[in-house]
Write a protein that binds this ligand. Structure first.
Ligand code: GAR
Length: 211
């Protein structure tokens, strides 16, 4: 059984998609041990509670120096003997020590087709504003492993989504979530839980995609 910890910051719709996929059997061999939020007002914490999953707040605001927050976050994660850490709308920059300790065990969902519209400063609604500003016709979402860079880790899967005439950032964000994010994140977790994803020479190899 793959033991998962989910890091969240906001609404938690990706967390919900994972919970639903575990409950429906779309994801097998996996369970969520803990949901950790950096934001006390994150609705994601309520979603965890509703699903009977432990929710924990570890906020940088509760620590005077960043190092102490980093240490507390790692200590909290270490409690659960996790096989996978899922960043589901997590808006904090993860400590380097955490990324090293959990090498190839942290995955992130990004609301664009990496390497477009990613990197420092590209998160949430802002990504879709930039996509619309540029007049891009196809966008999408990416699930990738997290390495020391910003959105640079090995790509697990991507899904394209059309940008339509008259889209606002909010409308486009919703479409990218519905058509891409809520599908590819559960898919990626299921593949990892069933031993079908490996990383070789910095690239993801996917076995038996027909499941
Ligand atoms: C999602 O669109 C996710 O892709 C994005 O934040 C949103 C969180 O929504 N993540 C990033 O931008 C990370 N760079 P949610 O809380 O409803 O899952």
């Amino acid at each position: 059984m793959l033991r998962i910890g989910v890091l969240v910051s906001g609404g938690g719709t990706n967390l919900q998609a994972i919970i639903d996929a575990i409950n429906s059997g779309e994801i097998t061999n996996a369970e969520i041990e803990v949901v950790i939020s950096n934001n006390k007002n994150a609705y994601a914490l309520q979603r965890a509670e509703n699903a009977g999953i432990k929710g924990v707040l570890v906020s940088p605001k509760d620590f005077e120096v960043r190092e102490d927050y980093n240490k507390a976050l790692i200590e909290e994660l270490d409690k659960y003997n996790l096989d996978l850490v899922v960043l589901a709308g997590c808006m904090v920059v993860l400590p380097k020590e955490l990324i090293e300790k959990y090498e190839n065990k942290i995955i992130n969902i990004h609301p664009a087709l990496i390497p477009s519209f990613c990197g420092k400063g590209f998160y949430g609604l802002h990504v879709h504003e930039k996509v619309l500003e540029r007049g891009v016709k196809i966008t999408g979402a990416t699930v990738h492993f997290v390495d020391a860079g910003c959105d640079t880790g090995p790509i697990i899967t991507q899904k394209a989504v059309e940008v339509l005439e008259g889209d606002t950032p909010e409308v486009l964000q919703r479409r990218v979530m519905e058509e891409a994010e809520w599908k590819i994140m559960p898919w990626a977790i299921n593949m990892i839980a069933n031993g079908k994803i490996t990383v070789e020479n910095g690239k993801v190899k996917t076995l038996n995609t027909d499941n």
